[in-house]
Design a protein around this ligand. Sequence first.
Ligand code: SAM
Length: 298
Amino acid sequence: MFSYRHAFHAGNHADVLKHTVVIAALKHLTQKDTALAVVDTHSGAGLYRLDGDYAETSGEAANGVARLQAPAEAGAEPLAPALQDYLDMIASFNNKGSHKVYPGSPFIMQRLIREQDRLKLFELHPTDAKTLAANIAQLDAGRQIAVFREDGFEGSRKFLPPPSRRGFLLCDPSYEMKSDYERVLTMVGEHMKRFATGTYAVWYPIIPRPEAHDLPRRLKTMATKAGKSWLHATLTVKSSKIITNTDGETIRPGLPASGMFLINPPHTLKAQLDAALKQLVVRLAQDKNATSTLESGG
Ligand code: SAM
């Protein structure tokens, strides 16, 4: 059940998209003084080493965050503000000029919340939950941050709606199990019934699987029926085709694309992502199939 370890994927193109969106959304949501409840249903370990065995084995960060960190070519346009915010966030976890540490969503969120806000973190993998708890304990954040070794689909119910009626939920499953797609829809649907004004952000992989294809379509229907605004961003970095090389070996492309679907997104997010996605296509492209989409409604 638990073969997925985010340490292999930390800082890949999917993390770049997801974390850029999370930072831009939270920067907006923390402008109002009223307390914000932030929930991360699938947290991972919280902090990763990009020079460690996992990341070096996969090499995924090299085609993700590292491409943005590389010095821009002479005459290149400045980075879009949302991408600069993302890079500044990653840099704040590293000594100047070093790129060894990559923060996962819990630590990114922790940096953006204020004293009055609360952060609830769920992680089910025994090792990653233990690492997450130890990493968070070092912050001495007291009751501001809580870590639960529980199912995030279920556990998040305890915290929404929050007393302040302001909340942001990130749902970022590994989709190791086909049932995760349905569980995302059920959870978001239930939360929206009880807490219609919350901001919900769902990451999903774009892979040749009917459930993955249907997920954004069904989220869109759900938001539209509820009369809520939505924003859907996708980033493709390479072809999804399985190829056979000259030695007759089958080469699978790995994850070629992913998407973020938000319900009740901050109104500033679309313009920010528009600029960011155009640059991400150029900087993270692995072949000529790289592209992005950005749609909104409601
Ligand atoms: N959100 C993290 C980030 O951006 O840094 C990455 C999360 S990773 C994609 C998904 C995580 O969900 C894995 O660490 C996995 O162990 C955990 N997980 C899987 N099923 C879960 C469940 N039902 N509830 C909570 N965590 C779960």
